[in-house]
Design a protein around this ligand. Structure first.
Ligand code: CAA
Ligand code: NAD
Length: 289
């Protein structure tokens, strides 16, 4: 397997493309307009430059990785791919529409993988004529740093497809775990109630946002507190995940806290829009208020 096509050049798509290009894959990175793919490529180059400046990456390895990245707005470019990784907005209708079109363009042997955080793999696979060659490959943010990939088997996913996805995860330097196609898979089943409890604690005035986050950082040894993590993931994405999990499990632990929904209604999606539980500058750094 040599050629990857990554659909979606946001937080996750750009991280997946960076990781794959560094590991020697040829990667087409697609988003809906040139300015978004251009921004993604700039941010990848900036991150690789910083690795070179720290002495963690050879300049030639950076240049070769950049040469393997092909920014595009074309769907047809997926016709060359051995495997497609979809990382577009967390929305079932948008993903279904995209997979239908990819299914028509891709070779019969191409595997379609989704990086969804929560949407049932079996439901998306049913939009294609290749449910046996459809799988979940759930990376973690930031992809170049986080070592895990959850491999999620849909109801019809073949053993061969699982084996290929496991191989790819290892070739990308990640450690895979496998999960059934069940709401939240393994990690978000644990993470979502934790983040939601932090939002309830904030709403109920139990502590300030800073104290809640400090509690998790210093008391639980988490690298980020749950509120800053939610801002980092994207409040729009976290809300969508809550809605899918609540629909799937009917358990109030997964119901979206009203404050979360209100922030998203106001257009405050977290770090990517400059405001969520905290405020951020154009470089993504936290502002003090
Ligand atoms: N993209 C790529 N690399 C990044 C990065 C980014 N956005 N942010 C930081 N890094 C890299 C840095 O370049 C640095 O690399 P080196 O060690 O090679 O120099 C390394 O990460 C550490 O960075 P910093 O020293 O600047 O910052 P830090 O020590 O505070 O770590 C962090 C930053 C890695 C993001 C850390 O805070 C962390 O691990 N946070 C928690 C992340 C987490 O829990 N992710 C899972 C989210 S849930 C999910 O992904 C699933 C879902 O479906 C929602
Ligand atoms: P994001 O909002 O940063 O990026 C999504 C990108 O998809 C945007 O650039 C948007 O223009 C693009 N897009 C929308 N429709 C498209 C289409 N038809 N073709 C190509 N591009 C399209 O979102 P993200 O955080 O990168 O999340 C992407 C996926 O990864 C979601 O399914 C999300 O649940 C999942 N995920 C997110 C995280 C996280 O921490 N943010 C972690 C793991 C998995």
């Amino acid at each position: 397997m040599k050629q990857l096509y990554v659909a979606g050049a946001g937080l996750m798509g750009s991280g997946i493309a960076q990781t794959a290009a560094i590991r020697g894959f040829d990667v087409s990175l697609r988003d809906v307009d040139d300015s978004i793919v251009g921004r993604a490529l700039d941010s990848i180059k900036k991150r690789l430059d910083s690795q070179v400046a720290k002495g963690k990456l050879e300049a030639t390895a950076r240049d070769e990785a950049v040469a393997r990245l092909h920014p595009t707005t074309s769907l047809e470019a997926a016709g060359r791919a051995d495997l497609v990784i979809e990382a577009i907005t967390e929305n079932f209708e948008a993903k279904r529409e995209l997979f239908k079109r990819l299914d028509a363009i891709c070779r019969d042997t191409t595997i379609l993988a989704s990086n969804t955080s929560s949407i049932p793999i079996t439901r998306m696979a049913a939009a294609t004529r290749r449910p046996d060659r459809f799988i979940g490959m759930h990376f973690f943010n930031p992809v170049p740093v986080m070592p895990l990939v959850e491999i999620i088997r849909g109801r019809e996913t073949s053993e061969q497809t699982v084996a290929t996805a496991l191989e790819l995860a290892s070739a990308l330097g990640k450690t895979p775990i496998t999960s059934l196609d069940y709401p939240g898979f393994i990690v978000n089943r644990m993470l979502v109630p934790f983040v939601n409890e932090a939002i309830h604690a904030l709403t109920e005035g139990i502590g300030t946002r800073e104290d809640i986050d400090q509690g998790a950082r210093l008391g639980l040894h988490h690298p980020m507190g749950p509120l800053e993590l939610a801002d980092f993931v994207g409040l729009d994405t976290h809300l969508y995940i809550c809605d899918v999990l609540y629909e799937g499990l009917h358990d109030p632990r997964f119901a979206a806290p009203p404050l979360l929904r209100q922030l998203v209604d106001a257009g405050h999606f977290g770090r990517k829009t400059g405001r969520g539980f905290y405020r951020y500058g154009p470089d993504g750094g936290r502002l003090t208020e």
